[in-house]
Design a binder for this molecule. Sequence first.
Ligand code: PAN
Ligand code: ZN
Length: 198
Amino acid sequence: MQDAPYTFEVPGPHFVPSHYDNHLERRLSALKGQFADAAAVEAMLAQGDPLLYEVYDFERPHVPGELLHGISIVHPGKVGAEYNMTKGHYHQVLETSEVYYCLKGQGFMVMETPEGEWAVEELHPGRVLYVLPRWAHRTVNTSPNEDVITLFIYPGHSGHDYGTIEQQGFRKLVLEENGVPVIVDNPRWQSPAQRANA
Ligand code: PAN
Ligand code: ZN
């Protein structure tokens, strides 16, 4: 961990940071239950385990005064009709936010709150997205053959809650229909009231 102010470069076209502490790779097997088309997942896994996205980040203490930051790279592709995406999560400390700055590619940030509100914002190079406190978030890559690359910054004490999204996914899915992205309802999703009665 650095003990003096530091800089790093994110040179195009690949935007891999000039230095970093951690490099995480997430493959299809880690997102198995998240894609709507289970048969497409099984068919792809029978051929291998494709790399869906990577994260490069810097080691900082997980305390409120710190800002955790790094680069997220979602590779292009689809699982069935659904575009490649990140697992997505709530922050464990729900009242923490995040800034994303898109460096490359075309995609969407799919978001929702525990109360069932949802939002989908487009990502393209130069666009900054502020994810409000309480909003779960997932990056989706709709580019035909380009990575979606973002710089992210969030409070050190945020933590991650993956379980809620793993259970039912997001309220909205991003699918390709006739060659263009469409936002559709996730049949697996339940409203807070439905969940309480389940
Ligand atoms: C980002 C994400 C990153 C990977 O740093 O962690 O894009 O997505 P998943 O964490 O959903 O696999 C972030 O939102 N941090 O809080
Ligand atoms: Zn986050």
